[in-house]
Design a protein. Structure first.
Length: 74
C-alpha cells in the first residue's frame, strides 16, 4: 500500500510505501515516522500512487510537477 503524506517540516507532498517505517523528504531531507503523519490519500499499486500524487499536486497549483521518488520493496 502507498500513502500520500506531507512533510512535517516543509509541507512537501510525499509518497510513501507502508512497508517502510520512515520516509525522507525530497525537498528538505527531514526523516519522518510514517505512523505519526496524517494520511492524505491511499493507493494500492505504484501506478495508482503516481496518479494520486499527480491529482494532489494539481490541487496545489501550477508548477507542482510530480516525479516519483520511491522504490518498491518486496
Amino acid at each position: 500500500m502507498y500513502i500520500a503524506v506531507k512533510c512535517p517540516r516543509c509541507g512537501e507532498l510525499m509518497l510513501a510505501n507502508t512497508d517502510n517505517r520512515t520516509r525522507s523528504c525530497q525537498r528538505c531531507g527531514h526523516r519522518a515516522e510514517l505512523r505519526t503523519l496524517r494520511v492524505i490519500g491511499r493507493a494500492g499499486t505504484p501506478a495508482d500512487a503516481v496518479e494520486l500524487m499527480k491529482r494532489l499536486k494539481e490541487k496545489e497549483g501550477p508548477g507542482a510537477d510530480y516525479k516519483p521518488g520511491f522504490k518498491h520493496i518486496g
